[in-house]
Every structure is written in structure tokens, then in C-alpha cells.
Design a protein around this ligand. Sequence first.
Ligand SMILES: CC(C)(COP(=O)(O)OP(=O)(O)OC[C@H]1O[C@@H](n2cnc3c(N)ncnc32)[C@H](O)[C@@H]1OP(=O)(O)O)[C@@H](O)C(=O)NCCC(=O)NCCS
Length: 130
Amino acid sequence: MDRWRAQAIALLLELPGHFALLATAGDDPLGFGMGRVAADQAEVLTLAVRPSAQRGGVGRLLMQAITEEAAGRGATELFLEVAESNVAARCLYVSLGAIPAGRRRAYYPDGGDALVLRLPLIRPGAEGAG
Ligand SMILES: CC(C)(COP(=O)(O)OP(=O)(O)OC[C@H]1O[C@@H](n2cnc3c(N)ncnc32)[C@H](O)[C@@H]1OP(=O)(O)O)[C@@H](O)C(=O)NCCC(=O)NCCS
């Protein structure tokens, strides 16, 4: 999988519906997430926490911020793609309520499968409505 380059990220963020979130401790970057919304569907494009900051709740905070941002932009569901072998990310997504939505066989260069997960979102103000 190619690493995201700064220029590629800057170009992506100029496209409609794309957004990025940075988690910091003071000036120290701890983690980064990027997503996009198209109509009522959202997708996480990338999520990463510095190795030294992992297992400290930063990934969960970033995912909460991404879901809030996506819902605020009108999305009702968020799709996530994750390597089947990525136990940390899978556990994080499932703990947030993500459910299996598909499998991309031999998706990665090492032959591993990608799992597609779907996380229903609650629109701001919709909680308790009806
Ligand atoms: C996946 C990743 C973003 C998680 O970030 P994090 O800050 O370490 O996660 P948190 O500390 O917020 O943990 C949230 C939950 O994720 C799960 N989790 C995180 N790391 C885990 C691990 N090593 N093993 C199992 N579960 C793990 C747990 O369910 C955890 O909840 P808990 O602390 O109550 O047990 C981080 O491991 C990372 O950057 N990995 C490399 C990049 C990557 O794989 N990104 C995802 C691409 S799809």
C-alpha cells in the first residue's frame, strides 16, 4: 500500500466533501484521519496514530470526530475498509458499532483480503426523534 504523500493529501482536500482531522498534544501531532462524504454516504480514507501514542484512546477519539464530521455533513452511514489482518483497526471499528458489509479478496499486494465495514451514523439532532 502506498504511503500518503503530503501533496496528494493537499490535492484530495481540495475536492468536494473531503476533510481531515489532526489529533495533537500541544504542537505535537499524535494522529491523523481523513474522510469524504458523497450524498448520504461517508468513507474513511485514512486513519493513523503515531506508534508512541497508540493504545491511548487517540484512534477512538479521531473516529468519533470523523463520524461527527460526516454526520454533520449529511451522511447516514460510514464505510470503512480494513485489512483482515489488522486486528487493532478491526477491533476499534467493531467497538464503535461497525458491521460487515463485504470482502475484497486478495486486495493487498501480500494477497490479504480487505474487509468492508459499515457504520450507521446518527444525524445531529435526530437522536430521540420520532
Ligand atoms: C488502528 C489505530 C488507528 C488505533 O489507534 P489507537 O489510538 O491505538 O486506538 P485506541 O487506543 O483509541 O483504541 C481504541 C480501541 O481499538 C482497539 N485496539 C486498538 N489497538 C489494539 C490492538 N493492538 N489490539 C487489539 N485491539 C486494539 C481496542 O478495541 C481499543 O479499545 P480499548 O482500548 O477499550 O480496548 C492504530 O493502531 C494505528 O494507527 N494503526 C496503524 C494504521 C492503521 O492500521 N490504520 C487503520 C487503517 S484501516
